[in-house]
Ligand binder design. Sequence first.
Ligand code: ADP
Ligand code: AMP
Length: 214
Amino acid sequence: MNILLFGPPGAGKGTQSAFLVEEFRMKHISTGDLFRAAIKGQTPLGVKAKSFMDKGQLVPDDVTIGMVREALAALGGQSFILDGFPRNVVQAQALDELLAELKLSMGKAIFLQVPEEVLVGRLSGRRTCKNCGAVYHLESKPPKAAGVCDQCGGAELLQRDDDKPEAIRTRLNIYAETTMPLKDYYKSKGKLAEVDGTGEVVGVYKRIKALLTA
Ligand code: ADP
Ligand code: AMP
């Protein structure tokens, strides 16, 4: 079962992917996480990506597509969830080519639907563990002990630079212009599945699971 999760920033793609990984042992391929790991490791890819990411802009397609090619080629038969890729039609076409080249197939493209006013609250309250990357929310998912990561005990739960107001605005605009058209792209291929991404995290997961096990 290979799937793609897409939707606006803050829709809950990473949160829902963590459930899918836990239950179905799928490989989570998040281009945002891959870029953040490259930045942390100060690799040339990270240096290149950082200037775009901090401003909320997309990293250039050639860089992003090359990184996804490597991730897909390294799967070794494990099924995958793509999260945050593709983000525009050029990337979607490149993904189709990559899948054909690597003899992989992809099932549903699941779109997580969340209204903009909810997204802003989710993004501005998101906090990420500097050490392990676990994701929290000041209101909907605070850590058990204030400021301490439940998973690794790390004591730095930070706000992402691109979760600050100006970058949030840029990201939501880019999403509306370049990522939303992917709904038509996957609809025309008969792969689109829309899921209501509002309400409790567990409720959203139940809806996704129902789709996958139908
Ligand atoms: P994405 O990967 O789509 O950008 P995340 O999974 O990181 O989104 O979620 C964004 C923020 O919203 C995080 O702080 C997360 O804890 C919170 N969140 C995710 N899903 C829900 C939900 N169903 N209800 C409330 N908060 C949520
Ligand atoms: P995310 O973690 O998915 O919110 O992504 C964080 C940032 O990483 C985005 O705002 C972009 O700067 C960059 N990024 C992630 N995925 C892509 C992609 N598919 N294409 C271009 N840039 C991306």
